[in-house]
Design a protein. Structure first.
Length: 443
Protein backbone atom coordinates (compact mmCIF):
# COMPACT_ATOMS: atom_id res chain seq x y z
CA UNK A 1 0.00 0.00 0.00
CA UNK A 2 1.30 3.46 -0.84
CA UNK A 3 1.01 6.66 1.16
CA UNK A 4 -2.28 7.69 -0.39
CA UNK A 5 -3.72 4.29 0.40
CA UNK A 6 -2.97 4.78 4.11
CA UNK A 7 -4.54 8.24 4.02
CA UNK A 8 -7.66 7.10 2.14
CA UNK A 9 -8.21 4.04 4.37
CA UNK A 10 -7.24 5.71 7.64
CA UNK A 11 -10.59 4.98 9.33
CA UNK A 12 -10.59 1.31 8.27
CA UNK A 13 -7.00 0.50 9.26
CA UNK A 14 -6.27 -0.50 12.85
CA UNK A 15 -3.49 0.96 15.02
CA UNK A 16 -1.13 -1.93 14.29
CA UNK A 17 -1.47 -1.49 10.52
CA UNK A 18 -0.99 2.27 10.73
CA UNK A 19 2.04 1.89 12.97
CA UNK A 20 3.50 -0.58 10.46
CA UNK A 21 3.08 1.92 7.61
CA UNK A 22 4.71 4.65 9.65
CA UNK A 23 7.52 2.32 10.71
CA UNK A 24 8.20 1.32 7.10
CA UNK A 25 8.47 5.00 6.13
CA UNK A 26 5.52 4.89 3.74
CA UNK A 27 3.64 7.56 5.63
CA UNK A 28 4.37 9.76 8.63
CA UNK A 29 2.37 10.20 11.84
CA UNK A 30 2.08 13.92 11.07
CA UNK A 31 0.68 13.26 7.59
CA UNK A 32 -2.03 11.05 9.07
CA UNK A 33 -2.85 13.56 11.80
CA UNK A 34 -3.28 16.38 9.29
CA UNK A 35 -6.12 14.50 7.58
CA UNK A 36 -8.38 15.28 10.50
CA UNK A 37 -9.61 11.68 10.48
CA UNK A 38 -6.99 10.35 12.89
CA UNK A 39 -8.96 10.11 16.18
CA UNK A 40 -7.20 10.56 19.55
CA UNK A 41 -7.74 6.97 20.71
CA UNK A 42 -6.16 5.50 17.61
CA UNK A 43 -3.31 8.04 17.81
CA UNK A 44 -2.60 6.90 21.38
CA UNK A 45 -2.55 3.24 20.34
CA UNK A 46 -0.30 3.98 17.38
CA UNK A 47 2.08 5.97 19.61
CA UNK A 48 2.27 3.06 22.07
CA UNK A 49 3.07 0.63 19.28
CA UNK A 50 5.62 3.06 17.75
CA UNK A 51 7.34 3.56 21.14
CA UNK A 52 7.76 -0.19 21.37
CA UNK A 53 9.01 -0.28 17.76
CA UNK A 54 11.23 2.73 18.56
CA UNK A 55 13.03 0.79 21.31
CA UNK A 56 13.26 -2.36 19.22
CA UNK A 57 14.45 -0.49 16.11
CA UNK A 58 17.19 1.33 17.98
CA UNK A 59 18.33 -1.80 19.78
CA UNK A 60 18.67 -3.69 16.50
CA UNK A 61 20.31 -0.86 14.51
CA UNK A 62 24.00 -1.72 14.13
CA UNK A 63 25.10 0.11 11.00
CA UNK A 64 25.09 3.76 10.04
CA UNK A 65 22.41 3.08 7.41
CA UNK A 66 20.16 1.37 9.97
CA UNK A 67 20.65 4.18 12.48
CA UNK A 68 19.94 6.85 9.86
CA UNK A 69 16.76 4.97 8.91
CA UNK A 70 15.82 4.92 12.59
CA UNK A 71 16.25 8.71 12.73
CA UNK A 72 14.08 9.11 9.61
CA UNK A 73 11.27 6.94 10.99
CA UNK A 74 11.54 8.16 14.59
CA UNK A 75 12.55 11.78 14.13
CA UNK A 76 11.23 12.51 17.62
CA UNK A 77 12.05 9.07 19.03
CA UNK A 78 13.33 8.19 22.46
CA UNK A 79 16.85 7.42 21.21
CA UNK A 80 17.59 10.25 18.80
CA UNK A 81 20.57 11.57 20.79
CA UNK A 82 21.90 8.05 21.34
CA UNK A 83 21.51 7.28 17.63
CA UNK A 84 23.54 10.37 16.64
CA UNK A 85 26.22 9.45 19.21
CA UNK A 86 26.35 5.88 17.95
CA UNK A 87 26.68 7.04 14.33
CA UNK A 88 29.61 9.27 15.31
CA UNK A 89 31.22 6.42 17.23
CA UNK A 90 30.89 4.02 14.27
CA UNK A 91 32.37 6.61 11.91
CA UNK A 92 35.32 7.13 14.26
CA UNK A 93 35.84 3.36 14.53
CA UNK A 94 35.69 3.01 10.75
CA UNK A 95 38.20 5.84 10.39
CA UNK A 96 40.46 4.17 12.95
CA UNK A 97 40.19 0.84 11.13
CA UNK A 98 40.97 2.50 7.82
CA UNK A 99 43.90 4.32 9.40
CA UNK A 100 45.21 1.09 10.95
CA UNK A 101 44.78 -0.69 7.63
CA UNK A 102 46.71 2.10 5.90
CA UNK A 103 49.39 1.90 8.60
CA UNK A 104 49.58 -1.87 8.15
CA UNK A 105 50.01 -1.54 4.39
CA UNK A 106 52.59 1.21 4.85
CA UNK A 107 54.38 -0.89 7.44
CA UNK A 108 54.53 -3.88 5.10
CA UNK A 109 55.97 -1.66 2.36
CA UNK A 110 58.61 -0.25 4.71
CA UNK A 111 59.43 -3.69 6.11
CA UNK A 112 60.17 -4.89 2.59
CA UNK A 113 62.46 -1.89 2.15
CA UNK A 114 64.07 -2.10 5.59
CA UNK A 115 63.38 -4.87 8.10
CA UNK A 116 64.62 -2.59 10.89
CA UNK A 117 62.22 0.26 10.27
CA UNK A 118 60.12 -0.71 13.32
CA UNK A 119 60.68 -2.01 16.86
CA UNK A 120 58.86 -5.11 18.23
CA UNK A 121 56.39 -2.89 20.12
CA UNK A 122 55.50 -0.99 16.95
CA UNK A 123 55.11 -4.21 14.96
CA UNK A 124 52.73 -5.94 17.38
CA UNK A 125 50.63 -2.77 17.78
CA UNK A 126 49.80 -2.70 14.06
CA UNK A 127 50.04 -6.26 12.70
CA UNK A 128 47.48 -8.93 13.55
CA UNK A 129 48.65 -12.19 15.08
CA UNK A 130 48.25 -13.94 11.72
CA UNK A 131 50.17 -11.23 9.84
CA UNK A 132 52.95 -11.30 12.42
CA UNK A 133 53.17 -15.09 12.28
CA UNK A 134 53.31 -15.10 8.48
CA UNK A 135 55.99 -12.41 8.47
CA UNK A 136 58.11 -14.21 11.07
CA UNK A 137 57.76 -17.51 9.20
CA UNK A 138 59.24 -15.81 6.14
CA UNK A 139 62.12 -14.50 8.27
CA UNK A 140 62.75 -17.85 9.95
CA UNK A 141 62.12 -16.63 13.49
CA UNK A 142 59.42 -17.46 16.03
CA UNK A 143 56.68 -14.84 16.34
CA UNK A 144 56.77 -15.32 20.13
CA UNK A 145 60.31 -13.88 20.09
CA UNK A 146 58.83 -10.61 18.83
CA UNK A 147 55.76 -10.65 21.08
CA UNK A 148 57.75 -11.47 24.21
CA UNK A 149 60.74 -9.21 23.54
CA UNK A 150 62.08 -7.40 26.58
CA UNK A 151 65.38 -5.50 26.62
CA UNK A 152 68.03 -7.49 28.51
CA UNK A 153 68.62 -6.04 31.94
CA UNK A 154 72.39 -5.59 32.28
CA UNK A 155 73.45 -5.14 35.88
CA UNK A 156 76.43 -2.92 36.71
CA UNK A 157 79.40 -4.50 38.47
CA UNK A 158 82.35 -3.29 40.48
CA UNK A 159 85.70 -2.84 38.75
CA UNK A 160 89.25 -2.19 39.99
CA UNK A 161 89.68 1.02 41.93
CA UNK A 162 93.03 0.29 43.58
CA UNK A 163 96.28 -1.16 42.29
CA UNK A 164 95.86 -4.34 44.35
CA UNK A 165 92.48 -4.94 42.66
CA UNK A 166 94.10 -5.59 39.29
CA UNK A 167 94.76 -9.33 38.93
CA UNK A 168 98.25 -10.06 37.64
CA UNK A 169 99.07 -12.40 34.79
CA UNK A 170 95.89 -11.61 32.84
CA UNK A 171 95.66 -10.22 29.35
CA UNK A 172 93.46 -7.14 29.60
CA UNK A 173 91.31 -6.70 26.50
CA UNK A 174 89.90 -3.18 26.19
CA UNK A 175 86.61 -2.59 24.35
CA UNK A 176 86.31 1.06 23.29
CA UNK A 177 83.35 2.65 21.50
CA UNK A 178 81.03 5.63 21.60
CA UNK A 179 77.43 5.09 22.83
CA UNK A 180 75.53 2.88 20.35
CA UNK A 181 78.73 1.88 18.53
CA UNK A 182 77.74 -1.78 18.82
CA UNK A 183 80.48 -2.76 21.26
CA UNK A 184 78.13 -4.20 23.90
CA UNK A 185 76.27 -6.44 21.45
CA UNK A 186 79.60 -7.46 19.89
CA UNK A 187 80.88 -8.31 23.35
CA UNK A 188 77.71 -10.33 24.03
CA UNK A 189 78.22 -12.27 20.77
CA UNK A 190 81.89 -12.96 21.55
CA UNK A 191 81.20 -14.10 25.13
CA UNK A 192 78.26 -16.23 24.03
CA UNK A 193 80.41 -17.89 21.36
CA UNK A 194 83.21 -18.58 23.86
CA UNK A 195 80.67 -20.18 26.19
CA UNK A 196 79.10 -22.23 23.39
CA UNK A 197 82.12 -23.40 21.39
CA UNK A 198 85.05 -23.10 23.80
CA UNK A 199 85.69 -23.70 27.49
CA UNK A 200 85.03 -20.82 29.88
CA UNK A 201 85.74 -20.94 33.61
CA UNK A 202 85.42 -18.51 36.48
CA UNK A 203 88.43 -16.34 37.17
CA UNK A 204 90.92 -17.13 39.93
CA UNK A 205 90.69 -13.57 41.27
CA UNK A 206 89.90 -12.91 44.91
CA UNK A 207 87.24 -10.41 43.92
CA UNK A 208 84.72 -11.86 41.48
CA UNK A 209 84.45 -8.93 39.10
CA UNK A 210 81.74 -8.81 36.44
CA UNK A 211 80.37 -12.38 36.65
CA UNK A 212 76.72 -11.32 36.68
CA UNK A 213 77.14 -8.87 33.81
CA UNK A 214 79.09 -11.46 31.81
CA UNK A 215 76.40 -14.12 32.33
CA UNK A 216 73.64 -11.76 31.26
CA UNK A 217 75.52 -10.89 28.07
CA UNK A 218 76.03 -14.60 27.35
CA UNK A 219 72.33 -15.30 27.81
CA UNK A 220 71.34 -12.74 25.17
CA UNK A 221 72.37 -15.28 22.49
CA UNK A 222 71.77 -18.44 24.49
CA UNK A 223 69.56 -19.92 21.76
CA UNK A 224 71.24 -18.24 18.76
CA UNK A 225 68.30 -15.82 18.52
CA UNK A 226 68.20 -13.08 21.11
CA UNK A 227 66.84 -9.70 22.04
CA UNK A 228 69.38 -6.92 21.80
CA UNK A 229 69.80 -4.32 24.55
CA UNK A 230 67.78 -1.18 23.93
CA UNK A 231 69.63 2.06 23.30
CA UNK A 232 68.22 3.49 26.51
CA UNK A 233 70.11 0.97 28.65
CA UNK A 234 72.65 2.59 30.94
CA UNK A 235 76.12 2.55 29.37
CA UNK A 236 78.52 1.56 32.16
CA UNK A 237 82.15 0.53 32.46
CA UNK A 238 82.42 -3.21 33.12
CA UNK A 239 85.35 -5.47 34.03
CA UNK A 240 85.16 -9.24 33.47
CA UNK A 241 88.13 -11.54 34.15
CA UNK A 242 87.79 -15.26 33.33
CA UNK A 243 89.70 -18.31 32.10
CA UNK A 244 89.16 -19.84 28.68
CA UNK A 245 90.62 -22.33 26.24
CA UNK A 246 89.78 -24.36 23.21
CA UNK A 247 87.77 -27.50 23.85
CA UNK A 248 90.09 -30.29 24.95
CA UNK A 249 93.05 -27.96 25.35
CA UNK A 250 95.14 -28.79 28.41
CA UNK A 251 96.05 -25.30 29.61
CA UNK A 252 93.91 -22.21 30.17
CA UNK A 253 94.33 -18.58 29.22
CA UNK A 254 93.75 -15.79 31.71
CA UNK A 255 91.84 -12.95 30.12
CA UNK A 256 89.83 -9.95 31.27
CA UNK A 257 87.38 -8.01 29.13
CA UNK A 258 87.24 -4.34 30.05
CA UNK A 259 84.27 -2.59 28.44
CA UNK A 260 84.64 1.15 28.70
CA UNK A 261 81.55 3.29 28.96
CA UNK A 262 80.69 5.12 25.76
CA UNK A 263 80.18 8.16 27.95
CA UNK A 264 83.98 8.39 28.19
CA UNK A 265 84.08 9.54 24.58
CA UNK A 266 81.68 12.32 25.50
CA UNK A 267 84.15 13.21 28.23
CA UNK A 268 86.98 13.30 25.64
CA UNK A 269 84.82 15.58 23.50
CA UNK A 270 84.05 17.90 26.44
CA UNK A 271 87.71 18.07 27.50
CA UNK A 272 88.99 18.88 24.01
CA UNK A 273 86.22 21.31 23.05
CA UNK A 274 85.49 22.85 26.46
CA UNK A 275 81.91 21.60 26.12
CA UNK A 276 79.37 20.06 28.51
CA UNK A 277 77.63 17.13 26.83
CA UNK A 278 77.99 14.69 29.75
CA UNK A 279 75.10 14.57 32.22
CA UNK A 280 76.09 15.79 35.67
CA UNK A 281 74.73 12.54 37.15
CA UNK A 282 77.27 10.50 35.14
CA UNK A 283 80.42 12.45 35.96
CA UNK A 284 81.22 10.46 39.10
CA UNK A 285 80.87 7.19 37.16
CA UNK A 286 83.22 8.53 34.45
CA UNK A 287 85.78 9.54 37.06
CA UNK A 288 85.70 6.02 38.53
CA UNK A 289 86.05 4.56 35.03
CA UNK A 290 89.18 6.65 34.44
CA UNK A 291 90.68 5.41 37.70
CA UNK A 292 90.19 1.81 36.53
CA UNK A 293 91.46 2.69 33.04
CA UNK A 294 94.68 4.20 34.44
CA UNK A 295 95.22 1.19 36.71
CA UNK A 296 94.88 -1.27 33.83
CA UNK A 297 96.90 0.80 31.34
CA UNK A 298 99.76 1.09 33.84
CA UNK A 299 99.74 -2.53 35.00
CA UNK A 300 102.27 -5.10 33.88
CA UNK A 301 99.59 -7.19 32.19
CA UNK A 302 99.58 -7.81 28.45
CA UNK A 303 97.03 -5.57 26.69
CA UNK A 304 94.91 -5.72 23.55
CA UNK A 305 92.65 -2.87 22.40
CA UNK A 306 89.50 -3.07 20.28
CA UNK A 307 87.98 0.18 18.98
CA UNK A 308 84.42 -0.30 17.66
CA UNK A 309 83.13 1.99 14.92
CA UNK A 310 79.57 1.73 13.64
CA UNK A 311 79.45 1.72 9.82
CA UNK A 312 75.71 2.40 9.71
CA UNK A 313 75.85 5.32 12.13
CA UNK A 314 78.44 7.22 10.12
CA UNK A 315 76.91 6.57 6.71
CA UNK A 316 73.23 6.97 7.60
CA UNK A 317 72.78 9.46 10.44
CA UNK A 318 74.35 11.59 13.18
CA UNK A 319 74.42 10.51 16.80
CA UNK A 320 71.27 11.56 18.68
CA UNK A 321 73.28 14.26 20.47
CA UNK A 322 73.96 16.00 17.16
CA UNK A 323 77.67 15.14 17.42
CA UNK A 324 78.90 12.64 14.84
CA UNK A 325 80.81 9.47 15.61
CA UNK A 326 83.87 10.86 13.80
CA UNK A 327 83.80 14.02 15.93
CA UNK A 328 83.80 11.97 19.14
CA UNK A 329 86.68 9.85 17.88
CA UNK A 330 88.67 12.86 16.68
CA UNK A 331 88.33 14.31 20.19
CA UNK A 332 89.58 11.01 21.61
CA UNK A 333 92.57 11.11 19.25
CA UNK A 334 93.43 14.60 20.48
CA UNK A 335 93.04 13.46 24.06
CA UNK A 336 95.32 10.45 23.49
CA UNK A 337 97.90 12.68 21.80
CA UNK A 338 97.93 15.29 24.55
CA UNK A 339 97.85 12.86 27.48
CA UNK A 340 100.65 10.59 26.26
CA UNK A 341 100.89 7.22 24.60
CA UNK A 342 98.12 4.90 25.85
CA UNK A 343 99.86 1.91 24.20
CA UNK A 344 103.24 2.48 25.82
CA UNK A 345 103.16 -0.48 28.22
CA UNK A 346 102.90 -4.10 27.04
CA UNK A 347 100.28 -3.54 24.35
CA UNK A 348 100.33 -6.48 21.94
CA UNK A 349 97.74 -5.40 19.36
CA UNK A 350 95.24 -2.70 18.43
CA UNK A 351 92.17 -3.53 16.37
CA UNK A 352 89.67 -1.19 14.77
CA UNK A 353 86.45 -3.15 14.37
CA UNK A 354 83.79 -1.90 11.95
CA UNK A 355 80.39 -3.01 13.24
CA UNK A 356 77.32 -3.49 11.05
CA UNK A 357 79.84 -4.41 8.36
CA UNK A 358 77.24 -6.54 6.56
CA UNK A 359 76.22 -3.23 4.96
CA UNK A 360 79.64 -2.93 3.29
CA UNK A 361 79.33 -4.00 -0.34
CA UNK A 362 81.94 -5.18 -2.82
CA UNK A 363 84.33 -8.08 -3.37
CA UNK A 364 87.05 -6.88 -0.98
CA UNK A 365 85.00 -5.69 1.99
CA UNK A 366 88.01 -5.29 4.29
CA UNK A 367 89.68 -2.94 1.81
CA UNK A 368 86.41 -1.03 1.42
CA UNK A 369 86.27 -0.82 5.21
CA UNK A 370 89.77 0.64 5.35
CA UNK A 371 88.79 3.27 2.79
CA UNK A 372 85.71 4.06 4.90
CA UNK A 373 87.91 4.54 7.98
CA UNK A 374 90.38 6.75 6.11
CA UNK A 375 87.65 8.95 4.65
CA UNK A 376 85.65 9.36 7.86
CA UNK A 377 88.12 8.90 10.71
CA UNK A 378 91.48 9.80 9.19
CA UNK A 379 92.79 11.79 12.19
CA UNK A 380 91.79 9.15 14.71
CA UNK A 381 93.21 6.27 12.66
CA UNK A 382 96.47 8.16 12.08
CA UNK A 383 96.93 8.65 15.85
CA UNK A 384 96.37 4.92 16.47
CA UNK A 385 98.71 3.84 13.68
CA UNK A 386 101.47 6.27 14.74
CA UNK A 387 101.29 5.14 18.35
CA UNK A 388 101.33 1.50 17.25
CA UNK A 389 104.43 2.07 15.07
CA UNK A 390 106.17 3.90 17.89
CA UNK A 391 105.61 0.94 20.22
CA UNK A 392 105.92 -1.93 17.72
CA UNK A 393 102.27 -2.85 18.21
CA UNK A 394 100.28 -4.76 15.60
CA UNK A 395 97.47 -2.72 14.05
CA UNK A 396 94.59 -4.46 12.26
CA UNK A 397 91.18 -3.63 10.83
CA UNK A 398 88.41 -6.17 11.27
CA UNK A 399 84.82 -6.38 10.11
CA UNK A 400 82.09 -7.42 12.52
CA UNK A 401 78.42 -8.21 12.30
CA UNK A 402 76.32 -9.80 15.00
CA UNK A 403 74.11 -11.39 12.34
CA UNK A 404 70.67 -10.72 10.93
CA UNK A 405 68.77 -8.10 12.92
CA UNK A 406 64.99 -7.81 12.72
CA UNK A 407 62.86 -4.97 14.08
CA UNK A 408 65.98 -3.27 15.55
CA UNK A 409 65.99 -5.60 18.57
CA UNK A 410 65.76 -9.27 17.46
CA UNK A 411 68.99 -10.90 16.26
CA UNK A 412 69.83 -14.25 14.66
CA UNK A 413 73.52 -14.47 15.51
CA UNK A 414 76.25 -15.07 12.96
CA UNK A 415 79.09 -16.49 15.07
CA UNK A 416 81.72 -16.41 12.30
CA UNK A 417 82.79 -12.86 13.16
CA UNK A 418 83.07 -13.73 16.85
CA UNK A 419 85.11 -16.85 16.01
CA UNK A 420 87.50 -14.67 14.00
CA UNK A 421 88.19 -12.41 16.99
CA UNK A 422 88.38 -15.34 19.43
CA UNK A 423 90.92 -17.13 17.26
CA UNK A 424 93.09 -14.01 17.26
CA UNK A 425 92.87 -13.90 21.07
CA UNK A 426 93.83 -17.57 21.30
CA UNK A 427 96.92 -16.93 19.16
CA UNK A 428 97.99 -13.80 21.05
CA UNK A 429 97.39 -14.96 24.62
CA UNK A 430 99.69 -17.60 25.99
CA UNK A 431 98.07 -20.36 28.08
CA UNK A 432 99.35 -20.92 31.59
CA UNK A 433 100.37 -24.36 32.78
CA UNK A 434 98.20 -26.50 35.03
CA UNK A 435 100.96 -26.44 37.65
CA UNK A 436 100.77 -22.67 37.77
CA UNK A 437 96.98 -22.84 38.04
CA UNK A 438 97.24 -25.24 40.95
CA UNK A 439 99.67 -22.91 42.66
CA UNK A 440 97.27 -19.99 42.19
CA UNK A 441 94.20 -21.87 43.44
CA UNK A 442 96.06 -23.28 46.45
CA UNK A 443 97.64 -19.99 47.48
Amino acid sequence: MDKQGYIDQLEDLNAQQLAEGIFKGIVTFEELRKTGEFDASKQKSVRTILRRKDDDAFASACTIAELERYLTVFADGNHVFEAHTKIQQIREEETARERKSDEREAMFRKIKEDINEYTPDEIINVLSDNDLRDLCDELGIDASTVREYEPPYLLPNVFPQEEDDVPQGYTDVFFWGIPSSGKTTALAAILSTIKKDYTMEASDTQKKFGATYRDRLINIFKNDIGGLPGRTNEDLTQYMPFLFSERGEKNKRKISFFELSGEMFKHFYDEVNDAETVDESKKEMIEQSFIALDLLLNSNNQKIHFFFIDYHQETKHLNSTGVSQSQYLEAAATYFRDRGNIFRKKTDAVYVVITKSDEIKGDDRVETGKVFLKENFGSFIDVLINQCKRNSVDFKVKLFSIGDVYFKRICKIDRSYSHDIIQDLLKRIRPISNNLLKTIFNS
